[in-house]
Design a protein around this ligand. Structure first.
Ligand SMILES: Nc1ncnc2c1ncn2[C@@H]1O[C@H](COP(=O)(O)OP(=O)(O)OP(=O)(O)O)[C@@H](O)[C@H]1O
Length: 248
């Protein structure tokens, strides 16, 4: 296949939420992605693990259209939404205005209000972003992404900065929102348990490629001590170069 500049087409191959073929990305002499192939089916929840510096955020940024320097073939759903570890809210706009910002179509404010109700923030519509807790700000960020009804939702370590209890409630919320809206999801995370609790499929990025994938064919909500998850966790940790005994 001829290599050509990455192109974000309106329609991914064969009705997928995302299709990537032979994606490469270098920074100077350093090749970070060396031929990534990836499909995300409509409504599929995919998690992406990999050691620090393996290129996870780089891949996500390419899919988000934020990095146009990659090479290879890329197709993504017509509407792509992104949520990052830092919620990236506009500080001089109130919560409701942040979610309605740039929204096209009828009644943007009404839709923004409904999205904020879905993430449980009705009482904070008029709050300033800087007055929110980390978990609340992250929920605003999720509302802002989902109100666009994306075919592909990209999540880059969205819960990485949250405390353990907030993280658990965010996991529940994300599963609920995903079940209701059913976007295709790519979740970049360092957290093997998070990947196993949320995703249909867990990928490991290593050496610039998808080096491993595990399907997680379990109904949600999932419990981390489920024996199937224990076995999958050990396999993924080994793939990441970690001894599962040391993390038990
Ligand atoms: N704009 C850039 N210029 C130069 N190097 C970059 C740039 N962006 C990323 N890199 C390098 O590419 C490599 C992969 O970075 P990336 O952020 O994608 O990794 P990651 O797997 O998301 O890491 P982490 O898990 O630590 O967030 C790193 O070595 C990083 O320094």
């Amino acid at each position: 296949m001829a290599t050509r500049a990455a192109r974000l087409s309106a329609e991914p191959a064969a009705g997928q939420a995302a299709t990537v073929r032979g994606l490469t990305r270098s920074f100077g002499d350093r090749r970070v992605l060396g031929g990534v192939d990836l499909d995300i089916a409509p409504g599929e929840f995919v998690a992406l693990l990999g050691r620090s510096g393996s290129g996870k955020s780089t891949l996500l940024r390419v899919l988000a259209g934020l990095d146009r320097e990659a090479r290879g073939e890329i197709g993504v759903a017509t509407t792509v939404a992104v949520s990052f570890q830092e919620p990236r809210l506009v500080p001089w706009k109130r919560v409701l205005a942040n979610v309605a910002l740039g929204l096209r179509g009828p009644d943007p404010v009404g839709r923004a209000r409904a999205a904020l109700a879905e993430v449980g923030l009705t009482e904070h519509l008029n709050a300033w972003p800087l007055t929110l807790s980390g978990g609340e700000a992250q929920r605003v960020s999720l509302a802002r992404a989902l109100v666009r009804e994306p075919g592909l939702l990209l999540l880059d370590e969205p819960f990485g900065a949250l405390d353990a209890l907030t993280k658990i409630s965010m996991h529940r919320l994300v599963v609920d929102l995903w079940a209701r809206h059913r976007p295709g999801v790519l979740l970049v995370t360092h957290d093997v348990d998070e990947a196993l609790l949320l995703a249909d499929r867990v990928l490991v990025l290593d050496g610039g490629r998808i080096a491993h994938e595990s399907a997680v064919p379990l109904a949600r909500p999932r419990h981390r001590d489920h024996h199937d998850l224990v076995a999958l966790r050990a396999g993924l940790l080994r793939r990441l170069g970690v001894d599962p005994e040391e993390t038990a």
